[in-house]
Design a protein around this ligand. Structure first.
Ligand SMILES: Cc1cc2nc3c(=O)[nH]c(=O)nc-3n(C[C@H](O)[C@H](O)[C@H](O)COP(=O)(O)OP(=O)(O)OC[C@H]3O[C@@H](n4cnc5c(N)ncnc54)[C@H](O)[C@@H]3O)c2cc1C
Length: 346
């Protein structure tokens, strides 16, 4: 297959091991490769180091305390082990790590395709091909923003952005803000917007809460003890083999914040302070039907008739349409009576 798909006239180089991605995972791999005396190259599509931390918002702080920053060869040794590095500090820390371990990083190099050749692998980049006996994928866990389908149905005048693009409250258009999802990004961004005086509506997902501190220690300190010493006392940290389903790999991390020295994130407290909480954001169901019970949709005043199995098998044919239509008209009439009754009362 030679250089097919490569850049015409582009360079063709050989390395023993190619690491794709210079975030903390790629750099930690580089550290151990160097220790083992193995030739390698780390390529990174960004023009700067710091990996995915560059994508966090301006006010971001680590969620796990600094004492968890245990990069091989350079565990955190700064003055504030119980603190939470800011975005800029984490980016700097990862950048310093690359220098400290002498990682052979080539920035601004995107691998666009990876192919197998006879006894090696070929990585295609904008500048040519890199041939390697081993390739390590360290391209990060949060590659592509996950945007709910409901976003497609929102009017174009509403500014929409993923948390990767969010930077600070002042960058959002004026008016109320709907934050979708209560993972670690959603809850912290909602809190920041609320504190900035924005009218915040929060669509809550399934993620769970955890106390920031337990028995005088950060919750993550306890988790770290299980990771480091659990096996010694018969409670090893779970591995992927212990998970109930493959989907469980993508479960949530607990609601916690490292902002202002670290604190709990409590959705009930958000509500008490005036944030509006809702359930999960949903649009049409997966079959394109509005969410409904016998044609009465979840949106007040919106009805559907004539859909297959709206209520029963004949719902979409002559024989069944009449009964379904009568049902929704009864509902419509009921709303009318309710409205008039409301007027009379007022
Ligand atoms: C809100 C939030 C809070 C978090 N808090 C913590 C915390 O407190 N502590 C903690 O340890 N973790 C935390 N995390 C998780 C942490 O951000 C990630 O686990 C970590 O950044 C992953 O490192 P990585 O090296 O695997 O990936 P990344 O940091 O994403 O690095 C991957 C690199 O690969 C590069 N790349 C991708 N594709 C290519 C390609 N085709 N060619 C070349 N280069 C490529 C990317 O540009 C990127 O720089 C948090 C995450 C979020 C969202």
């Amino acid at each position: 297959m030679g250089g097919s798909g490569g850049v015409p006239g582009g360079a063709r180089e050989w390395v023993d091991t190619l690491v794709i991605g210079a975030g903390q995972a790629g750099l930690a791999t580089s550290h151990w490769l160097t220790k083992a005396g193995l030739d390698h190259l780390v390529v990174e599509r960004r023009g700067r180091l710091g990996g995915g931390w560059n994508d966090r918002w301006d006010g971001f702080c680590l969620v796990a305390p600094n004492f968890t920053v245990l990069l091989p060869g350079m565990p955190y040794a700064g003055p504030d082990p119980d603190g939470f590095m800011s975005r800029a500090e984490v980016v700097d820390h990862v950048t310093e790590y690359a220098a400290a371990i002498g990682a052979p990083v080539r920035l601004g190099t995107t691998v666009t395709r990876l192919a197998a050749s006879d006894d090696h692998l070929v990585a295609y980049t904008g500048a040519g091909t890199i041939h390697a006996r081993n390739v390590v994928l360290a391209t990060g866990p949060y590659q592509r923003p996950n945007v709910p389908a409901a976003s497609l149905h929102l009017p174009g005048r509403i500014q929409q952005l993923h948390s990767h693009e969010y930077r600070r409250p002042g960058r959002l258009a004026a008016g109320a803000v709907l934050v979708v999802g209560t993972g670690q990004s959603g809850t912290q961004i909602a809190e920041e917007l609320h504190e900035a005086g924005r009218d915040v509506h929060l669509a809550v997902s399934r993620c769970f809460a955890a106390p920031r501190r337990y028995r005088g220690r950060d919750t993550i300190w306890w988790m770290l003890q299980i990771l480091l010493h659990g096996a010694d006392v018969g409670h090893p940290f779970p591995t992927v083999a212990d998970l109930p389903t493959p989907a469980a790999r993508f479960g949530c991390d607990p609601h916690l914040s490292g902002k202002d020295g670290g604190h709990d994130i409590d959705l009930r407290r958000f509500a008490r302070r005036g944030m509006h909480l809702y359930g999960r954001l949903e649009s049409l169901d997966e079959w394109g039907y509005p969410r409904h019970v016998r044609g009465v949709t979840t949106h007040p005043g919106l009805y559907a008739v004539g859909l297959p199995w709206l209520h029963s098998e004949p719902s979409s044919v002559f024989a069944g349409i009449g009964a379904d239509a009568a049902h929704i008209v009864e509902h419509i009439a009921g709303r009318r009576i309710g409205r008039h009754a409301g007027r009379t009362r007022s």
